[in-house]
Design a protein around this ligand. Structure first.
Ligand code: ZN
Length: 157
């Protein structure tokens, strides 16, 4: 499968691949149409995080409807529009509260000075979710102030 570089360290397929094999081809086919959005996500957010914190694995990026349903998410998810991704960082283990706090504090500072714009950043059970600050409000902005780093127990946002 051909690939396409979105930023220095991220390629399109990293945001399209899924462990749910039955949705892989649909996800790639549909996701190809969203390269512009995925580039904003990769270059505007993920590359900046990568430059500061080191290697990142995207665990879930774009999700076609079937995949999004399969992971138990809902129709308002920004994953459906290629505007969100979930990721883990090699140097910021999810089981290291101090390191995570250091990361979130840094991200909040980046947001506050306008270096990294994002809609929401949520700690999930096994990864971190982050999304582009798009105008397509998913209806949950009121509960989660823009740019505010919050924690939420529900998975698969
Ligand atoms: Zn997510």
């Amino acid at each position: 499968m051909s690939d396409h570089r979105l930023s220095k360290n991220f390629t399109r397929n990293e945001f399209l691949r899924t462990s749910y094999g039955q949705f892989q081809s649909d996800n790639i086919k549909e996701g190809m149409e969203l390269v512009g959005t995925l580039t904003q996500l990769a270059a505007g957010i993920m590359q900046r995080i990568r430059d500061k914190w080191g290697p990142i694995t995207i665990t879930s990026g774009y999700r076609c409807k079937g995949l999004n349903d399969a992971v138990g998410s809902n129709d308002r998810s920004q994953h459906l529009r290629g505007e969100a991704c979930d990721f883990v960082m090699r140097n910021v283990p999810m089981n290291d509260p101090e390191k995570k706090q250091e990361f979130f504090d840094w991200l909040k500072a980046e947001y506050d000075c306008g270096t990294i714009a994002f809609n929401q950043c949520l700690e999930e059970r096994a990864c971190i979710h982050i999304a582009l600050p798009t105008g397509s409000n998913d209806g949950r902005i009121g509960a989660w102030a823009k740019g505010k780093v919050t924690k939420r127990k529900k998975k698969n946002v």
